[in-house]
Each structure stands twice: as C-alpha cells, then as structure tokens.
Design a protein around this ligand. Structure first.
Ligand code: ARG
Length: 273
C-alpha cells in the first residue's frame, strides 16, 4: 500500500536479550544503534517521506521493529484500520497495546481478531501486493497458519484476498526476510525460504520475480523499502543493483549492523501508515 508517512520507534531501550531468531547475538552498541537509526530517519526524509515517531517504552527491547505490532489497511467505507498482532514471544506481545493506542488515538479503526492459541505478526509476515487488494501471508515460524486463516476471513469483509505462504527455513522466519514486492509486477525473493506450493503460487502470480542467492538473502538484502524510486536497504551487491535498476529503482544503502544483530533489516524498522 503506497503511503507518504513512515512510522518509526527510537532504539532508546534496544537490546538483544534472547534468541527469537537465528541472527540474534548480544551485545549491541546502543550509541551506534542510535546513530544508525537516525541515518535511517534521514534517508526517509531525503526520499520525500514524512517520518512519524512512537515513543520507546522501557524494557521493550524490540519495540524499535515497528513492522510487527499491527497490520495497517484502508477500506473505502471503513477508512484506515489496523489489525493488532498476536506476537509469538511474550516480550514482544507487550509492545502491541502501545502501538494499538498510538493508531487508535489517530483515528484508525481497530479490528481485533480472536487469535487465542494462534499467532499473527503484522507486516513481518503480511505484505501488501502493491496496487492490489491482496496480501501475501507468511507462516510457520512466527505467524501460525491458524492466525493467517483468521486474518484472511476477517479481510473478506473488505474484499481483500490473502494467500498463505509456508516458510521452511528458520533463517527466513518472517516473510519480509525473503520476499520484497517492488511494484505490482515485480518482486524479489529467496526461493529456498518457501515450501514448493508457496513458490508455485508466487511464480504463477508475479510477472517478474527476481531471485536472490542464499548468501545475498542472509544479509537481509531483501528486507528493504521502496520509497519513490529508491530502494532503501543495508547491503547491495552488483547483481542486486542490476536487478533494482532493471525495475527503475535506485539502491540507497544504509548501515544498520546493530539491528541486524537482532535479525532486523530496514523493512522491519518501520510501518507505512
Ligand atoms: N528481534 C526481532 C524479533 O525476532 C526482530 C524482528 C524483525 N522484524 C521483522 N519484521 N522481520 O522479533
């Protein structure tokens, strides 16, 4: 979904305390993280986007990853809405109410789902297909198939279709680590992250799918953000640059090494609102 405002959360209390994904390793350098995060804000502003901030909360060490706590949508009748996540890890579940309140205070309708016993992790696993009323939904490591199914049935009311995609490699634990929609016709993906069936669905649907190698994908290369004609990401190889250029996009590289130590890339650190 195209939008002009990006929501970020400062890394005031950012830390690596546990191992929710295979990338996570302590310690992080918080002063350096803060510098890197500020550079991310600057890149968005230079790309012409407005940056909105949600205050960080003490003891919520992963709150900086603003993609996960709610799914954001818009419906002609209802207007802007959110679907609150049910995060798999209790430490991250505590972030959700702060984000829900932030959106509710700004007039977003809140569509609460009954997700008891299931998991749904916002835009970590739920990616809009640009220009369509369609969402690609990863599950297996963080969101559960039951969570995705409940989300899909709630979206029917808004005539939004949802395609579940089973993820099979724990290094690609969220869909945003292995699929990056660039436009209505093109996306980047790492094929090794998907079940055969999921890969079939993707290949049938996208006119152009650019494939990354495992080494490229492990750098969270495709956890990037399209902003105007820029693609903001943390690593760009020559091959990847050519892919972006063939799609009319210009790579903008920003160093976020401290956040990669938590398994997060550029995409994970924001939500489009
Ligand atoms: N350490 C965080 C976690 O494991 C990283 C979240 C990254 N977010 C994302 N959308 N991939 O939950």
């Amino acid at each position: 979904m195209a939008s002009q405002t990006v929501l970020l959360c400062p890394p005031t209390y950012f830390e690596v305390r546990d191992r929710k994904n295979p990338y996570m390793r302590a310690p992080i350098d918080r002063a350096k993280a803060h510098e890197q995060w500020k550079a991310v804000c600057d890149v968005y502003q230079k790309a012409g986007l407005h940056v909105a901030l949600i205050p960080a909360v003490k003891d919520l060490e992963d709150m900086v990853f603003a993609a996960n706590q709610v799914f954001v949508g818009i419906d002609e009748k209802l207007g802007k809405f959110i679907v609150p996540s049910e995060m798999r890890y209790p430490s991250r579940q505590r972030e959700v109410p702060y984000y829900v309140d932030w959106f509710a205070d700004r007039g977003y309708k809140v569509i609460g789902l009954d997700l008891r016993g299931e998991f749904l992790e916002g835009h970590g696993d739920l990616l809009w297909h640009p220009g369509r009323k369609h969402v690609w939904a990863g599950y297996g490591f963080r969101s559960s198939i039951g969570g995705v199914k409940r989300f899909a049935s709630a979206m029917k009311e808004f005539r939004v279709s949802v395609t579940p995609l089973r993820l099979t490699d724990e290094h690609f634990y969220h869909l945003d680590t292995c699929l990056s929609p660039l436009s209505a016709d093109a996306a980047i993906l790492y094929p090794g992250a998907f079940s055969a069936e999921a890969l079939d669905c993707l290949r049938r649907d996208w006119p152009r799918l650019h494939e990354l190698t495992r080494d490229q994908a492990l750098k969270l290369t495709c956890n990037g953000v399209v902003a105007g004609n820029s693609y903001i990401t943390s690593h760009v190889s020559d091959g990847f640059k050519r892919i972006l250029e063939s799609e009319g996009l210009c790579p903008v590289v920003v160093d976020i090494s401290e956040f990669e130590k938590s398994g997060g890339g550029v995409f994970c650190m924001k939500n489009f609102i």
